[in-house]
Ligand binder design. Structure first.
Ligand code: C5P
Length: 228
């Protein structure tokens, strides 16, 4: 199984985003999230695709099934290769999203528990019982059974979610740092090689590439490591 690389486009302007795409050499995938999309809208998705690249539209939909289905279809019509929904939106929402993208090339990833959510917050504020790991396993399995093509999880949960889900579903993970890169604010990281071995289908990387003096070189090093 090859592990693909996705470069993060977390910036505010069109110029910065397109410069990052152009600087990222052979990388095929770019993640556009709420920040860039809210600034620039669908046009930036089309522009990145116009450069021959694929877009992971990370807008984490969580709403009633009908609304999420229409949003998912709109993302598919825009040509997004990957989109995200919240697994905690429930099975009916996930099933509706899946049905809405049927017949397109768009793949749906479910976000389980955000890594910013602690055990205490999960139990006491959100009201989910169990540890974050138990919750991730439960939500991941449920989301894939309901029709999600895969999930997003932290490097720490890669092994366990791959065990639970089996070989088919996509598992996409951020928090990846090559040995030569700074960890920045990422507390729990894996190298690209470790993430690939632990079962990641795709890794999401931002600063190690975007802050590198030669981003295309950083991309090549990471791609080599992912598939060595
Ligand atoms: O620069 P860096 O490689 O840390 O960027 C990681 C990307 O993945 C950012 O877009 C960040 O918002 C996202 N992300 C993350 N950790 C999570 C979920 C998403 O770093 N748990």
């Amino acid at each position: 199984m090859t592990t693909e690389l996705i470069v993060v486009l977390d910036m505010d302007s069109r110029a910065e985003a397109l410069a990052a795409v152009n600087a990222s050499g052979p990388c095929q995938w770019f993640k556009i999230g709420a920040q860039l999309f809210t600034r620039l809208g669908p046009e930036i998705v089309k522009e990145v695709q116009g450069l021959g690249k694929k877009v992971f539209l990370d807008l984490k939909y969580h709403d009633i099934p009908n609304t999420v289905a229409h949003a998912a279809r709109a993302a598919a019509d825009l040509g997004a290769g990957l989109i995200t929904i919240h697994a905690s939106g429930g099975c009916a929402m996930i099933e509706a999203a899946r049905k809405a993208v049927e017949g397109t090339a768009t793949r749906i990833l479910a976000v389980t528990v955000l890594t910013s959510i602690s055990h205490q917050v999960l139990n006491e504020e959100i009201g989910f019982s169990g540890t974050p790991e138990e919750t991730v396993k439960r939500l991941a399995a449920q989301a894939v059974n309901a029709g999600a093509h895969g999930i997003v999880c932290s490097p720490l949960e890669l092994n366990i979610t791959r065990q639970v889900l089996g070989p088919e579903p996509l598992i996409v993970t951020p928090g990846v740092r090559p040995e030569w890169a700074s960890r920045d604010d990422q507390a729990r990281v894996m190298t690209p090689r470790e993430a690939a071995r632990a079962g990641a289908s795709m890794v999401v990387v931002g600063r190690p590439i975007l802050k590198h003096p030669f981003p295309a070189e950083a991309v090549s090093l990471i791609l080599e490591e992912l598939n060595s």
